[in-house]
Design a protein around this ligand. Sequence first.
Ligand SMILES: Cc1cc2nc3c(=O)[nH]c(=O)nc-3n(C[C@H](O)[C@H](O)[C@H](O)COP(=O)(O)OP(=O)(O)OC[C@H]3O[C@@H](n4cnc5c(N)ncnc54)[C@H](O)[C@@H]3O)c2cc1C
Length: 508
Amino acid sequence: MIIQPFHLSEDVSVETDVCIIGSGAGGSLVAARLAQNGYSVIILEEGPFVTREDLNQNERELLRRLYQQQASQATDDMSIRILQGRVFGGSPTINWMTCLRTPDHVLEEWIREFELEEYSPRSMSSHFDFVAKRMKVHTVPDEEHNPQNRLILDGARALGIHAEASQNNSEGCIGCGYCGIGCYYDAKQDMRLTFLKDALKGNTTVYTGVRAEQIRYFGSTEQAVVGVSLGHEYGVPSRSVRVSCKRVVVAGSAIGTPIVLQKSRLTKNRILGKFLHLHPVTIAVGRYDRLIDPSYGIPQSTWSEEYWNVNGEGYGFWVEVAPVQPILGGINMPGMGEERREIVRNLRRLGVMIVLVRDGADKKSSGEVKWIRGRKSIRYRLSPTDKKHLLMGLENAIEIQFAAGAKEVYTLHAQFTKLTSPDDIPKIRNLRNGPNELPLFSAHPTGTARMGGNSSYSVVGPTLEMHDYPGVYIMDGSVLPTAPGVNPMITILGVVSRGYELSDNLGL
Ligand SMILES: Cc1cc2nc3c(=O)[nH]c(=O)nc-3n(C[C@H](O)[C@H](O)[C@H](O)COP(=O)(O)OP(=O)(O)OC[C@H]3O[C@@H](n4cnc5c(N)ncnc54)[C@H](O)[C@@H]3O)c2cc1C
């Protein structure tokens, strides 16, 4: 059953076996497992309930409605814009569908450095298989790459570096390109159409438009979650929602989860909120003399991962493309005023390549999410090695653009920068590239409640139960011990699936 704020005529007090905070990737999968095993589940989801009729491809309306902070969430210093979903189904409802499994070298690092023998490549493979089957994950066939994705294949081939087709979770995709504001065609096999659907076949109720404010912890088998319906967003009065339960699963994402735990003062563990990883992104925009149409087609069907291991320890960068609809493009393109107007006017001839860095090469915490004085604070600094990888990646993306035939390439440096041939690349080495001098993006926050062998360096154990608060589980991107080095959705789902199995139905 789905309950929305306008269904609530009074305050609510209900009981259930498990209360899950957040209906995104992690929360949905665990809800489905619990429901299939006969447990009662209540999910509290801050964002709105949506069906395909709501996903009307109106970018102006949907960026506001489906994203955290209306798509303007950022670090405190505004140097990194962080995109996340705030909607039924979480970020997968608005994500770009790339489905890549955690590389073995990452899982092996978790065993070596975080005592996570239970997450070996061998133990994880059946969980990845299960997720892939349910979400209809498949390799995108060659004839379905749009011109923008083809730039990666063509450019990489011309440079003699590796690039290949990616995988995604779709069925019957017509390539409209609007995945980033939800799939109108129900082709994307996101949480709404997979794990939430499975959960709703059992004893599951989802309260949408309800933000969990606090977990009241009375002990490992008796807890309550107190939330509030966001009536003002629906033109109705707000109501309080209290859920008494035996177990709580926090799945509000690597930003939402530490916030709700800190608001609840479940903070014995000093690591909580720290080790935020972002896979920081910068952009190289190529202008072509032919139509590329970056707004259309399957958004991310290719990638080049030639430089995944720049430092010899599994840290480096990879290159993909980003779908660009007019509003998001208009906000984020290089230049100011006339320069930007000229670039956006050429939108149909642009190819937009993104460089994603596997951050954390220096093994230090450089990012933190905190609830301070009644507001969310997100701090993040690129370490010297991660920055080196980012700048190498930017040069690589520019080379790919020119090799694919770009006439000009623009970077996002605050000092407007247009390159007209690969010979110009050394010019960017002298540009200032500190915070806000080279704006960055992220859609991949992870790591703020990381998993590991004991509480001196981790927040949850292999079963994803909090070391310090038995009965409270964290099942989302915050538990990843390191950045996964590939787009994270499949890693998060695989880890939650494995953690749930190890927890033996959350010990119920
Ligand atoms: C634009 C975009 C494109 C992306 N593309 C890809 C891609 O192609 N491939 C890929 O692998 N990954 C992609 N990602 C990232 C991927 O979707 C996320 O890593 C993944 O969904 C994170 O899962 P999660 O369970 O941690 O959190 P989410 O899926 O973000 O879900 C968290 C949910 O919790 C809710 N919530 C938070 N706090 C509360 C609270 N206090 N009370 C109630 N509800 C709360 C939020 O509203 C949200 O719905 C993309 C992300 C974005 C934003």
